[in-house]
Design a protein around this ligand. Structure first.
Ligand code: AMP
Ligand code: MG
Length: 543
C-alpha cells in the first residue's frame, strides 16, 4: 500500500519507526473539491498581499522541528479513518510537515465586517487547509491553525500560541458534546517556536509557546467569503462560491432561478438561528461575532476570547477589546447574528438584483428565533406543554437571575431537583451554592419566592412525572462547561509541560450532562482567586 501522504518533508520522528507501512489505514482522501472547483491565486508564495479574483492561494506550512503531540481526539481519529495510522505519520500530517495524499495545502480568501465596519480582505492569515477526507458520517476539510504565514497574514506572524490553542481545542470538542454545532478538533501540537504576544495589549509583549490545532469542518466558508467578492464586484467568483457552498450544504440547486438563491440564503439563516439558540441555552458567548467568524454551516467557528456566563448577565462579554461597546455581549448575540445575515444578504444581492425576496427571508429571522428560543427555555425549565404564559415566566426568571447574580450553569442544572412543595428550602439551595453575590441575592428573595411559586404552579399542569422531567432537564442543562478559569488552569500546567489537566478536562467535557461524581470539584462557581486573574474571566483577542 502506498503511503497515504505524498512526499512531504520528514521530520526527525519519521526516522524512528515506519510502522505505518504495515498498517492498513482506513483514511480516504477525496478529490480536493474546494481547490478543484474554485479559482486559484496564480501567484505561488506566502508574501502578504491583496489577492484578486481568486478563492484561495496554494501555500506551504512552515516546517516544524520536533513537533510534540499535546493531545488528540480518538473519536475524530475514528471519524476520519485515521485510527489505524501510526503516531509518526499522524504527527507528520497534523504538524504540516507531511501532506495528505494527492492534496495541496491552501489558504482561503475572505473579507469581513469587524466590529461593525468593513475590513476589506482578511483571509486565512494563519490557517492552512491541508485537504479533505471522507469521514464515517460526512466529508471533512482539515485545517491547521498556526502553521505559519500566508498571503493573507498582513503584518501578523501566522502563528498561534499554546494558550489560545488549548482553549480552541478543548472548547470545540466540549461544544460538540454539549450538542452545540461546532467545528471539531483533531489534535493539538506544540511547535517549539517562541511566539511573541502582548496578552493584555498593554505594551508588555512576551514570548509564549507556539502550537498548531488541526480543526475539522464540512468547510471553512464564512459569511465574509461572499462579502469579499461582492465588495470587488467579482460576480463570476461570487457565483462560483455560491454554487460550491450549496453543494457543501447538501443543497441540490442549479441557480438558474432567483428562488435558488433565496433557498440557499434561507438555509444559512435557519442554521444560524439554531446555532444562536444553542449558544443561549448553554450560556456561551462567542466574543467576536464578526462576519468573517460566522460559518455558512451554522457551526461555531474561531474560538478566540469566548466565555461562558457565570453570573447570569445579558450584558456580559468575555472580550476585553469589546468591553466599551459590548457589541458581542450575551444578550446581543441574536441581534448580531441578524446583522451579519443582513451583510450576507447584501453580498448575495448582486446575483439576484432584487431586494424583496432577500428581505422576506430576513423577516423570518425574528419569529423563528423567538419560537425556538422560547421552546428551548421551556425545555430548560422542564416545561414541555405549550402555555402562552411561559414567555413571561421565562422573562421574569432571566430578570431575577440577572439582578441576583446567580451562576447560570449551577442554577439550571440544580433546577431539575426542585420540589414544588419546598420553595423555602429551595431558596436555601440557591443561596448556599449558586449565587455569586450574597447582597444581590438577599435583596431579591421575595421576588424569588414569587417566581418559584409561579413556576411550581406551572409545573403542576405538566403531565410528565418528576423523574421524567428531571431526566429531560438534565439533557439540556449541562453540569460541566469549560469555564475560562478551568481552561486557564489547564494552560498554566501545559506551559510547565504537564498536559494531565488538558486530558482530564477533555474527558470530563465529553460527558457534560453526566453526573461524574468524582468530578464535582468542577461543578462550582468560579473561585474568587480567579476573579481578577488574567484569562480566568475576561480575555483579549491576543492569541
Ligand atoms: P480572528 O480575530 O482570529 O478571527 O482573525 C481575524 C483575521 O486576522 C483573520 O484574517 C486571521 O487569519 C487574521 N489573524 C489573526 N491572527 C493572526 C496571526 N497571528 N497571523 C496572521 N493572521 C492572523
Ligand atoms: Mg476569524
Amino acid at each position: 500500500m502506498p503511503s497515504p501522504y505524498g512526499g512531504g518533508i520528514y521530520s526527525y520522528i519519521s526516522l524512528i519507526h515506519f510502522e505505518y507501512f504495515h498498517i492498513e489505514s482506513t483514511m480516504k482522501s477525496v478529490e480536493q473539491t474546494f481547490s478543484s472547483s474554485l479559482t486559484a491565486d496564480p501567484i505561488d508564495n506566502n508574501q502578504s498581499r491583496q489577492v484578486a479574483e481568486a478563492h484561495y492561494s496554494f501555500v506551504t506550512p512552515e516546517f516544524t522541528e520536533n513537533p510534540l503531540l499535546v493531545h488528540s481526539s480518538a473519536e475524530m481519529h475514528k471519524e476520519l479513518g485515521m485510527d489505524a495510522m501510526s503516531a509518526v505519520e499522524f504527527l507528520e500530517i497534523v504538524s504540516g510537515n507531511g501532506k495528505l495524499q494527492g492534496q495541496q495545502p491552501y489558504a482561503m480568501a475572505y473579507g469581513g465586517h469587524q466590529f461593525g465596519h468593513w475590513a476589506g480582505q482578511l483571509g486565512d492569515g494563519r490557517a492552512i487547509n491541508i485537504g479533505e477526507l471522507h469521514g464515517k458520517t460526512t466529508d471533512w476539510a482539515l485545517q491547521l491553525k498556526g502553521a505559519g504565514r500566508t498571503p493573507y497574514s498582513r503584518t501578523a506572524d501566522g502563528y498561534a500560541v499554546l494558550r489560545s490553542s488549548i482553549r480552541e481545542y478543548l472548547c470545540s470538542e466540549a461544544m460538540f458534546h454539549l450538542g452545540v454545532p461546532t467545528t471539531r478538533a483533531l489534535s493539538i501540537i506544540e511547535t517549539n517556536r517562541d511566539v511573541l504576544r502582548d496578552v493584555l495589549y498593554n505594551g508588555n509583549p512576551a514570548y509564549e509557546k507556539g502550537a498548531v490545532v488541526c480543526r475539522v469542518a464540512p468547510s471553512f466558508i464564512r459569511f465574509g467569503s461572499f462579502e469579499l467578492f461582492a465588495s470587488r464586484s467579482d460576480k463570476k467568483n461570487l457565483q462560483k462560491l455560491v454554487s460550491y457552498s450549496a453543494k457543501k450544504l447538501g443543497l441540490d440547486l442549479t441557480f438558474d432561478h432567483k428562488q435558488d438563491y433565496l433557498t440557499f440564503f434561507e438555509h444559512i439563516l435557519n442554521s444560524t438561528v439554531d446555532l444562536i439558540v444553542a449558544w443561549q441555552r448553554v450560556g456561551f458567548v462567542h466574543g467576536v461575532m464578526n462576519t468573517d467568524n460566522l460559518s455558512i454551516h451554522g457551526v461555531t467557528i474561531d474560538y478566540g476570547p469566548y466565555g461562558w456566563l457565570e453570573e447570569y448577565d445579558p450584558n456580559w462579554t468575555p472580550n476585553t477589546t469589546d468591553a466599551q461597546n459590548r457589541r458581542y455581549r450575551f444578550g446581543n448575540q441574536p441581534g448580531i447574528a441578524f446583522w451579519n445575515l443582513v451583510r450576507l444578504a447584501n453580498a448575495l444581492y448582486p446575483l439576484i438584483n432584487e431586494t424583496e425576496g432577500l428581505q422576506n427571508v430576513l423577516s423570518t429571522f425574528e419569529p423563528t428565533f423567538e419560537k425556538k428560543y422560547q421552546q428551548m427555555m421551556g425545555e430548560k425549565l422542564g416545561l414541555f406543554e405549550e402555555d402562552k404564559h411561559d414567555e413571561s415566566l421565562v422573562d421574569d426568571l432571566t430578570n431575577i437571575l440577572t439582578k441576583s447574580k446567580v451562576d447560570m450553569t449551577l442554577f439550571f442544572r440544580r433546577l431539575s431537583g426542585f420540589n414544588p412543595e419546598e420553595i423555602k428550602d429551595y431558596l436555601t439551595v440557591i443561596e448556599q451554592d449558586s449565587y455569586l453575590d450574597k447582597a444581590a441575592f438577599d435583596a431579591h428573595t421575595s421576588e424569588w419566592e414569587r417566581w418559584l411559586l409561579a413556576y411550581s404552579e406551572r409545573l403542576s399542569s405538566e403531565t410528565t412525572t418528576k423523574e421524567e422531567r428531571m431526566a429531560k432537564m438534565n439533557k439540556v442543562n449541562p453540569k460541566y462547561v469549560l469555564r475560562n478559569y478551568m481552561a486557564q488552569e489547564a494552560i498554566d500546567a501545559a506551559n510547565e509541560g504537564n498536559y494531565s489537566l488538558v486530558d482530564e478536562l477533555f474527558s470530563i467535557l465529553k460527558s457534560p450532562y453526566s453526573e461524574q461524581e468524582d468530578k464535582e470539584k468542577w461543578f462550582v462557581k468560579r473561585p474568587s482567586w480567579a476573579d481578577h486573574k488574567v484569562g480566568c474571566s475576561m480575555l483579549s483577542c491576543s492569541s
